[in-house]
Design a protein around this ligand. Structure first.
Ligand code: GDP
Ligand code: IMO
Ligand code: MG
Length: 425
């Protein structure tokens, strides 16, 4: 058996949580491979909305194994809050959630360092989620991190050594006032550690490879999106992990030859939270209309998301980097009321049109648009592809032709049921 991978092709928030939940019945194991509580993955069913940050989106389906892989960074505070919330809704995941011993821990001081670093950058800040992601991965790569597996042996000693180093950085380099915040967070953090330790903490690479050997099917759930990838995104305005398909190999311990289908998710338009270039951004009434219709506010930070038209230059780049085998188009319903829908098919840079994603997206990059007619139809109640308006079929065909791969699912609302599987003749 192979591992299928589902990941975002844009700047995050494409709707990964919803589709992982929809596809989970087809799999035995669901696993997160990178990122941490910077992620906010929303699922909706039975008129209830759930937002997950660390826990895989397969958790609401019965008899499925869910795995938090070694590539993920875990904040015990957030983890505990998530578990508490799930318990409130009657979901007990103590038996079917497995956590990698090699996943790194976000320490309370990592969050402080994130805030201090953003403050120091001032105008050039990344606009991070302030969840401590950058500093935690920095320590991981710098060989100074603490892992979940460290919890069992001399943990306090190891913890205190890290905290002392971080305090020196905060005081001497960042001149950041932190004592009060740290005291509050540390108490909660250790409560979170107690909860974390009550779960199955294992070498998840063995669990996953054994599952594959036994013929079980695995779905890997990406966080963030390709354009936020540490290597290929709009650096430095990116997150600190490999969000692309290759990240599933290193973030789970899966060999590249074991990757199967790669589902690439994109919104029928574009959004971005935080700073950094965004060629098709609309700083006008149309952008506001997209934000209102799509309810584009961050699931983790509540920040308004920047909105713009679909960017096929960036999408093609993402499809290439991930070896995407099929596309999933989300939030088509958000475009229901538009007379004309624009799609960016090239970038004009200093009078020349390019279709390859450039090294740097400066203000000189101007999107080249094709106008397509809107469908002016309420899609949210549609149950079958046969009911699609002609203009929507045109929109889908246009994207498929440009990308050279099929769109296999179109999503027409946040609910599980508002998902349409597309047949190809
Ligand atoms: P993720 O981070 O990729 O899982 O995406 P988020 O959960 O951050 O953001 C997606 C948002 O869009 C959530 O509020 C979803 O409930 C919502 N959503 C998902 N699919 C659709 C859709 O097809 N139509 C509409 N209108 N909303 C959707
Ligand atoms: P999901 O999984 C959208 C963005 C932040 C910021 C940059 C770096 O829900 O799609 P970080 O906190 O990672 O250091 O922030 O990345 N960002 C996201 N944007 N969705 C996410 O996750 C994101 N996770 C991080 O806004 O611009
Ligand atoms: Mg999100």
């Amino acid at each position: 058996m192979n591992v299928d991978v589902l990941l975002g092709l844009q700047w995050g928030d494409e709707g990964k949580g919803k589709i992982v939940d929809v596809l989970t019945p087809n799999y035995d194991v669901i696993s997160r491979f990178q990122g941490g509580p910077n992620a906010g993955h929303t699922l909706e069913f039975n008129n209830v909305k759930h937002v997950l940050h660390t826990i895989p989106s397969g958790i609401f389906r019965e008899n499925k194994i869910n795995v938090i892989g070694n590539g993920v960074v875990i904040d015990p505070n957030v983890f505990k809050a998530e578990i508490d919330k799930l318990k409130e809704t009657g979901v007990d995941i103590s038996k079917n959630l497995y956590i990698s011993k090699k996943a790194h821990l976000i320490l309370p001081t990592h969050k402080l360092l994130d805030a201090a670093s953003e403050d120091k950058k001032g105008k050039t800040k990344i606009g991070s989620t302030l969840k401590g992601i950058g500093p935690t991965y920095k320590d991981k790569i710098g060989r100074d991190g603490l892992r979940v597996g460290d919890l069992v042996h001399n943990f306090d000693e190891k913890y205190n050594a890290r905290i002392e180093n971080h305090k020196i950085l905060l005081t001497d380099f960042f001149k950041f006032d932190f004592e009060e915040l740290l005291n509050d967070w540390e108490k909660e953090w250790f409560e979170g550690i107690t909860v974390l330790k009550s779960f199955n903490i294992v070498d998840t690479e063995h669990l996953l490879n054994q599952a594959l050997k036994e013929g079980k099917s695995v779905l890997a759930e990406g966080a963030q999106g390709t354009m936020l990838d540490i290597d290929f995104g709009s650096y430095p305005f990116v997150t600190s992990s490999n969000t692309i398909c290759a990240g599933a190999c290193t973030g789970l311990g899966i060999a590249p030859r074991k990757i199967g289908n790669v589902f690439g998710i994109f919104k029928a338009y574009c959004t971005r939270v935080g700073m950094g270039p965004f060629p098709t951004e609309l700083n006008d009434k149309t952008g506001e209309e997209l934000r209102a219709a799509g309810n584009e506010y961050g699931a983790t930070t509540g920040r308004p998301r920047r909105c713009g038209w679909l960017d096929l230059v960036a999408l093609k780049y993402a499809v290439m980097l991930n070896g995407t085998t099929e596309l999933i188009m989300m939030k088509a319903d958000v475009l229901d009321d538009f007379d004309t829908i624009k799609i960016c098919v090239g970038y004009e840079i200093n009078g020349e049109v390019v279709e390859d994603f450039p090294f740097e997206l400066t203000d000189a990059v101007k999107p080249v648009y094709v106008d397509l007619p809107g469908w002016k139809t309420n899609l949210t109640q549609i149950k079958d592809q046969n009911e699609f308006p002609e203009e929507l079929n045109n929109y889908i065909n246009f994207i498929e032709d440009e990308m050279g791969i099929p769109i296999s699912i179109a999503s027409v609302g946040p609910n599980r049921e508002q998902t349409i599987f597309l047949e190809k003749e």
